[in-house]
Design a binder for this molecule. Structure first.
Ligand code: ZN
Length: 260
């Protein structure tokens, strides 16, 4: 049995002092692969360093996070476009990209432009996208629908929408990334996931953010993925083995990773 943490920021400063222990702790709990979504131009180096240290376990994505879309967004995208061109096959996805109107709407138009550009890259390079959406779900579904020509695929990371939104995303060819929110007392996700087939789901932590119960308030890490997997097993009335097998298969397929 093994799992894939499909969205984890283990290269961030929060893991500065114990990054390798964090990874080894997760591996000891059968979480064997770590898919690393990029944030901005400044995070690329530490992300690639970690992939260099753990070449069999860590896999990098490349993209500009919506909250990092500021005045210099075009320059950052240009840098990424060059990185993608000179490193064919290095990055497993375009991510994380998306729309975030929760804190700040002043770059709304630029966020939309950056998203569309990065959708184009993903389709051109035949890579999946890892999407972050906050306070922008209807717009995101609209953007995916507009971009979907049969060649766009990806995951809505940290999915927390409604059942209708889940169904719409699946219809548009997307998987749902399920993280610690599933374990929260007030979460409506457990009820929603009862009716969503396991073949549409992949697991993630979004570490160091959004820790599952019983680690709320602490730094999240990839080993805690097990808590989310256990909760999903209960909801689906399946064994942990079955959850591992199907979600791992889904992730390997989407990100085109060789089965372990
Ligand atoms: Zn993230």
């Amino acid at each position: 049995m093994h799992f894939i943490d499909t969205h984890t920021h283990l290269y961030l400063d929060e893991f500065e002092s114990d990054r390798h222990q964090v990874i080894n702790r997760a591996i000891a709990k059968s979480i064997k692969r770590f898919l690393l979504p990029n944030i901005d131009a400044a995070s690329v180096e530490s992300m690639l360093q970690l992939c260099h240290d753990f070449p069999d376990n860590c896999f990098p994505m490349l993209g500009l996070h919506p909250t990092s879309v500021k005045e210099d967004w075009k320059l950052q995208l240009k840098e990424f476009e060059e990185l993608l061109a000179v490193n064919p096959g290095k990055f497993i996805a375009i991510g994380e990209i998306g729309l975030d109107f929760y804190w700040d709407k002043s770059f709304e138009a630029q966020q939309l432009q950056a998203l569309r550009t990065q959708f184009d890259w993903a389709k051109k390079l035949d890579l999946p996208v890892a999407i972050h959406t906050r306070a922008a779900f209807p717009q995101m579904l609209e953007e995916i629908a507009k971009a979907q020509d049969g060649n766009l695929k990806g995951v809505l990371h940290c999915f927390t929408g409604t059942l209708e939104e889940a169904q719409k995303a699946i219809e548009l060819g997307f998987l749902l990334g399920i993280g610690g929110v599933l374990t929260y007392k007030k979460s409506t996700l457990p009820e929603i996931l009862e009716t969503i087939e396991l073949k549409h789901l992949i697991l993630e932590t979004d570490a160091p953010f959004l820790p599952p119960v019983p680690y709320r308030g602490k730094r999240n890490e990839s080993a805690y993925l097990i808590e989310t997997a256990l909760k999903l097993a209960t909801i689906k009335n399946l064994s942990l083995d079955e959850i591992a097998a199907q979600t791992t298969q889904n992730a390997n397929h989407l990100f085109k990773l060789n089965p372990l």
